[in-house]
Design a protein around this ligand. Structure first.
Ligand SMILES: Nc1nc2c(ncn2[C@@H]2O[C@H](COP(=O)(O)OP(=O)(O)OP(=O)(O)O)[C@@H](O)[C@H]2O)c(=O)[nH]1
Ligand SMILES: Nc1nc2c(ncn2[C@@H]2O[C@H](COP(=O)(O)OP(=O)(O)OP(=O)(O)O)[C@@H](O)[C@H]2O)c(=O)[nH]1
Ligand SMILES: [Mg+2]
Ligand SMILES: [Mg+2]
Lengths: 292, 278
């Protein structure tokens, strides 16, 4: 991985003492390459490299740890700091129903994640109402209803309804009336360049007044992560990110891009297709995964 | 890219940025810069040269594509498998492909071989209805091999020209799921020698470098015969495809440009490389 490539650079260096310009530039080039291979956005990687330059320059080659190990540690520490402290907790309203809205691109894992969240909350003894607000995708409402059954949660019956905004409004009303602890709104996948659908999402948010808006993003997302985070953040305001399909071998650089551009924490991670495959986000694990 | 008038150390950085931002990836970016340094791509502006080099990488792959088997014998259905990672767009692509093939006068049938995911069968059913096609489906949790078996038998009985087999999404890192897919291919081949005649790997244009791993793993496990790239109607450029095609030699049969039944068009490499930097 990165450590071996850096060892290659430092092996040829005869000098002692702190790393010189040439070694630092060589190391930064390797680090940038590792980040780009991992799908970290080009501009995000550029900013990151500029910021850690100072940390690398100070590294002492005569120190107890060999320089390549020190450099990797410094980069990991910087990534962990960027991706923020321990995974932030799911929001909980001070009283009444807590509404969570899941948004994101087509196929990112929103519906499955809604089921996973429901199961997680059910295991804590909380009452959950799932709101299937995707009227576009064939059998999407049925998909969420089936997951609700598996999770031991209830599902608002939106079958036959045509207006996603009306679905959200009615579901949240029912959640309040029947004293649910959480209402989880599943929305249709959409592209941020589709203005009509982004307007629809804004209206759905106004109808839901959610405490938590999670961007559900695929761990294998490429450079697009920046556009995605920016546009969804601007359209509806995000409170967190959920990274799915982390059980694959995508390095997951999108995590860095998303955190950098949205400023919100990655709260949860999907690690499988079953409803119990949901974990808290661990920045240290993510950092070493990204560096490869 | 079009703002760059000549190639020098200053503009190389801008060229690099444009390439990376299109998801072209380190190995291919390096190949392009190397080709530029060697003076390849024609004598024109950097933008034109870069596009020519990228097109050339696609048209001159590092290895020749796997030889696609003979089509089915006269009177037998062509069996097409749709495979790929979760959420890439397999089921939707099957629905669109059916419409395309029907407009060419072919009689199409569906096999709902995803018996795992919630409402997967119902989702295929809607697409079958939209196309006015027959569908073979078992209940959730059934053996997908049994679906494939029944579907081929049914396709033969009904004189279908094409059988579209929609499989469950799976990550290539899951050995047991890849083994299941290999088994589905064997079930098809034992029943109808030569089947599946086409194995389409569906890739999501928003994915980054992991698409390369997908092409490698699905390719070596199954002998994929073609690629489909979906979701090119967004702002993702799908540049990882350049490296994937150059490395595997696989043809890109279709691209998905929306969620509607008509949103599947034939792949055009020149149009694709032109669109990378828009
Ligand atoms: N391996 C794995 N698969 C996942 C994970 N999360 C979701 N999936 C799968 O990804 C595919 C897409 O999931 P969906 O929940 O339908 O995605 P979606 O965002 O609701 O899709 P649209 O509503 O069409 O936008 C399904 O096959 C899921 O089983 C995960 O963490 N790991
Ligand atoms: N915008 C757009 N959306 C697409 C395209 N192709 C598929 N989709 C959407 O992507 C989402 C996932 O599509 P599916 O067909 O369910 O994907 P899949 O690969 O069958 O998913 P699994 O079976 O769960 O692995 C759906 O919301 C589709 O409408 C495309 O070309 N453009
Ligand atoms: Mg969904
Ligand atoms: Mg499917």
């Amino acid at each position: 991985g990165l450590r071996d490539r850096l060892t290659g650079i430092f092996r040829d260096i005869r000098s002692r003492g702190v790393l010189g310009e040439r070694e630092v530039d060589a190391a930064l080039r390797e680090i940038r390459l590792a980040l780009l291979e991992a799908d970290v956005n080009f501009k995000v990687a550029k900013d990151f490299i500029a910021r850690i330059r100072g940390d690398i320059i100070g590294i002492d080659q005569a120190a107890h740890l060999d320089p390549s190990q020190q450099v990797v540690k410094a980069v990991q520490a910087a990534l962990v700091e960027l991706m923020g402290g321990r995974g932030a907790e799911l929001e909980k309203a001070s009283s009444g129903v807590t509404t969570v809205m899941l948004v994101g691109l087509q196929g990112s894992g929103k519906t499955t994640s809604a089921g996973k969240l429901a199961l997680r909350l059910r295991k804590r003894g909380l009452r959950v109402l799932l709101a299937p607000a995707d009227v576009a995708r064939p059998a999407a409402i049925l998909q969420l209803k089936r997951l609700a059954e598996l999770a031991g949660a209830d599902a608002f019956d939106s079958e036959g309804m045509k207006d996603p905004v009306a679905i959200v409004r009615s579901a949240v009303e029912r959640a309040k009336r029947e004293h649910y602890d959480y209402c989880i709104v599943d929305t249709a996948g959409r592209m941020q360049v589709d203005e009509a659908l982004m307007d629809e999402l804004r209206l759905m948010k106004e109808a839901a007044l959610p405490h938590e808006v999670l961007l559900v993003a695929d761990a294998m997302t490429g450079q697009e992560a920046v556009n995605l985070g920016e546009a969804f953040g601007e359209a509806v305001g995000l409170t967190g990110v959920m990274l799915t399909k982390m059980d694959g071998d995508a390095r997951g650089g999108a995590a860095v891009s998303l955190r950098a551009v949205t400023g919100v924490p990655i709260k949860l991670v999907g690690v499988g297709e079953k409803l119990d495959a949901l974990e808290e986000f661990h920045p240290e694990r993510m950092a070493s995964r990204i560096l490869g | 890219l079009s703002g760059i008038s000549r190639i020098d150390p200053e503009s190389i950085g801008d060229i690099e940025e444009a390439l990376y931002m299109a998801d072209i990836g380190p190995v291919t970016v390096e190949a392009v810069l190397e080709a530029l340094r060697r003076g390849e791509g024609g004598g024109e502006s950097p933008a034109v040269r870069v596009r020519a080099i990228l097109l050339s990488l696609m048209e001159h792959p590092a290895q020749s594509p796997p030889v696609k088997g003979q089509g089915p014998p006269e009177g037998e259905p062509e069996v097409i498998f749709l495979v790929g990672v979760n959420g890439a767009g397999k089921t939707t692509t099957a629905g669109k492909l059916a419409s395309r093939l029907a407009s060419e006068g072919r009689k199409v049938m569906f096999a709902a071989a995803d018996t795992f995911r919630a409402a997967a069968g119902e989702q295929v059913e809607v697409w079958a209805e939209r196309n006015g096609c027959h569908i073979v489906r078992h209940q959730e949790g059934a053996d997908p091999g049994a679906v494939v078996f029944d579907a081929i038998a049914s396709a033969r009985a009904r004189g279908a020209d094409v059988l579209l087999v929609d499989t469950a999404g799976r990550l290539h890192t899951k050995k047991n799921l890849m083994a299941e897919l290999i088994k589905l291919c064997r079930v098809a081949g034992r029943q109808l020698p030569g089947a599946p005649h086409e194995i389409l790997l569906v890739l999501d244009a928003t994915s980054g470098q992991n698409a390369l791993a997908q092409v490698r793993e699905f390719g070596s496990a199954l002998g994929v015969t073609g690629l489909v790239v979906t979701k090119l109607d967004g702002s993702a450029k799908g540049g990882v495809l350049i490296g994937a095609v150059h490395e595997s030699g696989l043809p890109v049969r279709w691209i998905g440009v929306g969620e509607g039944i008509d949103d599947l068009i034939p792949f055009d490499a020149k149009a694709f490389t032109d669109a990378l930097f828009e």
